[in-house]
Design a protein around this ligand. Structure first.
Ligand code: PEP
Ligand code: MN
Length: 263
């Protein structure tokens, strides 16, 4: 992952003509969880119109409580694939366990490794043996070095397509869900050739803070932004309290497009 190993920025294809790392911004958006085909299609159409180029949605959800909605499983994966193909968008979904890699590989364009599994080394080894790009999220108590070492697990297995994601770290302050470590972006980009994106949704947990933190992420040098969007946040089955409405999302992306050329 180190710049000492490779000086130039890594870039690669994500599917449907979308690339990351070449100056193109990776704009991931969608609901926290896939809840059904109609809902996902509606949200996906709106985020696409708003400027998203990668569709997200969880089918296997790492919920804090085992009694919370755990995701639709394979049925959800089929829905995600259909909607992505219909709209011409690459899709990303979370894999939580090495035993799910083969199944999820059939449906997704990118694997997401969530914060809770950043150091699930068996999982990292398993996705490292595929040819799919991996979106690796920073663990909630992981140092930058820990994150880079987790990336090494994937890279050293032969898969060179790793995207790092800052999604906030735990802090003593409960006024935001996590603490967004924006300095991590230029910090990691000077140490590593891998693309880095920012997820202000899980970092702040607050729709009122997401737009400014998304812009700040781009100003800090991020290669993309990951935002959760729902057309009816109060009915969302997961993370509704932090979802942006489609109109709010479109406004952020418009502002990012104005700001990005300045950096
Ligand atoms: C998610 O993207 O929905 C998610 C669970 O994120 P994280 O792993 O960053 O908490
Ligand atoms: Mn979520």
């Amino acid at each position: 992952a180190s710049r000492e190993f490779q000086e130039h920025d890594s870039s690669f294809d994500l599917g449907h003509g979308v690339r990351v790392g070449d100056g193109d911004l990776m704009m991931i958006a969608g609901p926290c969880a896939i809840e059904g085909e109609d809902v996902l299609m509606e949200i996906a159409k709106e985020v696409k119109a708003g400027g998203a180029n990668v569709l997200r949605g969880g089918a296997f959800k790492p919920r804090t409580s085992p009694y919370s909605f755990q995701g639709m499983g394979e049925e959800g994966l089929k829905i995600l694939r259909n909607v992505g193909d219909e709209l011409g968008m690459p899709v990303v979904t979370e894999v939580m366990d090495p035993r799910q890699v083969e199944l999820i590989d059939k449906y997704t364009d990118l694997f997401q490794i969530g914060a809770r599994n950043m150091q699930n080394f068996n999982l990292l080894n398993e996705v490292g043996q595929t040819n799919r790009p991996v979106l690796l999220k920073r663990g909630m108590s992981a140092t930058v070095q820990d994150l880079l070492m987790s990336a090494e697990y994937i890279l050293s297995n032969g898969n060179k397509q790793v995207i790092l994601c800052e999604r906030g770290i735990r802090s003593f302050d409960s006024s935001t869900r996590n603490l967004l470590d924006l300095a991590m972006v230029p910090n990691v980009k000077s140490l590593s050739h891998l693309p880095v994106i920012v997820d202000p949704s899980h970092a702040t947990g607050r729709p009122d803070l997401i737009p400014s933190m998304a812009l700040a992420g781009i100003a800090a040098g991020a290669d993309g932004i990951h935002i959760e969007v729902h057309n009816c946040p109060e009915k969302a089955l997961s993370d509704g309290q932090q979802a942006l409405l489609p109109d709010q999302y479109a406004e952020v992306i418009k502002q990012i497009r104005e700001l990005a050329p300045l950096f």
